[in-house]
Write a protein that binds this ligand. Structure first.
Ligand code: FAD
Ligand code: PHB
Length: 410
């Protein structure tokens, strides 16, 4: 068996694991990243696209913002659309200049994998049979098979960054974690199309036939979503049927609609809210989707993964610099305060903008009134705006050894 010794064993090379690995590297802390998929698979997965201001600032300060500066699309506002009319919410004006940036998760992951490989610190792709053990000891281990060889990573701590379906959360003994969950009676059919975005900001649409979302990835790629039943087989939707439904739901009375183009990717994602608490068991720390997931309506998933790992990096830095365990001890509480607010926001955006199979005519009128109020009240728009651009993270960039980058906010 090959034995590898490190300080922090990281399971999963999604945004959470890669960000943590690089933050630790910048603080002189060694790690080994173990990922069960191929490098190309991890990069090519089409997922989130909206980065909060704080996530942009973090990537810049970490020195991995070159791609973001080159190709990220800064949005100062977004639209809410209902009853055939679009209403703009000016995020920047309502939040003292904050904005969101559209930059695909796969680009973030590609940039972070490149940065990892430049550090020469280990990252194992295509690891088989990954397991964690001795979590309650001072020397926990990550075991896996790689290139036909049995490997064991011996570390001080394990970061479970292996997503909702990973092995870290289920490795916590029964009775330790409390799971909070809400499953929604719908999913999102998402497409990526070779079409220039017909507008330079996102449009969230509430329509009689269900929710729809207009987004983008680049000046030549449009990303669109439709509310569908949760277990909808994607084969049921021909490209023509998808475009027809997109147009029906999204077209507004002023003549705006998305541009049509060749569909290069399509899939259906079920929607759920989930939190496992606490986010720690002894020497195992859960971060990102391994600990919580949100329905994508608030665009929070990737951003929560980023804020978790900043809190964790501060705890690990204090431990290695001064033997101070207090920040590791408060990790779960600090993260969960922000996680629950993002959960509430994502649930609220989802509830406000989707049609529910069991809703009454009263519920429908109430939803229209909610949207009418929201788009007519500066107070309500300010509340949406400050949550959409991202609530503050309790840990400052300086607390993890970073200084704010000159290009911050670009
Ligand atoms: P992940 O990105 O899931 O990364 C976990 C990593 O761990 C993966 O690379 C996985 O391969 C690896 N792994 C899993 N099991 C093991 C194992 N046993 N051993 C080793 N490695 C393992 N958010 C939005 O805001 N907008 C969206 O449109 C959106 N769409 C989504 C679509 C899908 C299909 C999914 C699943 C999520 C989507 N999200 C979206 C959520 C967002 O992508 C996640 O919140 C984000 O990826 C969280 O990052 P993470 O690193 O915590 O988890
Ligand atoms: C996306 O561009 O993929 C996207 C944007 C906003 C969301 C969810 C997904 O709320």
């Amino acid at each position: 068996m090959r034995i590898v010794r490190t300080q922090v064993g990281i399971v999963g090379a999604g945004p959470a694991g890669l960000l943590l690995g690089h933050l630790l590297h910048l603080n002189g802390i060694d790690s080994v990243i173990v990922e069960n998929r191929r490098r190309e698979y991890v990069i090519d997965r089409v997922r989130a696209g909206v980065l909060e201001q704080g996530t942009v600032d973090l990537l810049q300060a970490m020195g991995v913002g070159a791609g973001l500066r080159r190709a990220g699309l800064r949005h100062d506002g977004l639209y809410l659309s209902f009853q055939g009319q679009r209403h703009r919410i000016n995020l920047a004006e309502l939040t003292g200049g904050k904005a969101i940036t559209v930059y695909g998760q796969n680009e973030v992951v590609r940039d972070l994998i490149d940065a990892r490989q430049q550090t020469q610190r280990p990252i194992y792709f295509e690891a088989g049979q990954v397991s964690v053990a001795a979590l309650a000891s001072s020397a926990p281990t990550v075991r896996f098979q790689h290139d036909g060889e049995e490997c064991e990573v011996r570390c001080d701590f394990i970061a479970g960054c292996d997503g909702f379906h990973g092995i870290c959360r289920p490795s916590v003994p029964d009775g330790v974690l409390t799971n909070y969950e809400r499953v929604y009676p719908f999913g999102w059919l998402g497409i990526l199309a070779e079409a220039a975005p017909s507008l330079d900001e996102l449009v969230y649409t509430y329509h009689e036939r269900g929710f729809a979302l207009f987004s983008m990835r680049s000046p030549t790629l449009t990303r669109l979503y439709l509310q569908v039943p949760p277990d909808e087989p994607i084969e049921r939707w021909s490209d023509d049927a998808i475009w027809q439904e997109m147009m029906t739901r999204m077209s507004t009375r002023d003549g705006w609609k998305p541009n049509v183009g060749h569909i290069v990717q399509k899939s259906v994602t079920p929607m759920r809210s989930f939190v496992a608490a606490p986010m720690r068991y002894e020497r195992l720390f859960l971060a990102g989707d391994a600990a919580h997931i949100v329905p994508p309506t608030g665009a929070k998933g990737l951003n929560l993964a980023a804020s978790d790992v900043v809190v964790l990096a501060r705890g690990l830095r204090a431990f290695y610099d001064d033997g101070d365990t207090s920040f590791l001890d408060s990790y779960s509480d600090v993260c969960l305060r922000r996680v629950w607010k993002a959960q509430r926001f994502s649930w609220w955006m989802t509830s406000t903008l989707h049609r529910f199979p069991d809703e009454t005519a009263f519920d429908h009128q109430r939803q229209i009134a909610d949207l009418d109020y929201l788009t007519g009240s500066r107070a309500a728009m300010t509340s949406l705006a400050e949550q959409y651009v991202g609530l503050p993270v309790e840990v400052a960039l300086e607390d993890v050894g970073l200084t704010r980058h000159l290009h911050s906010g670009a």
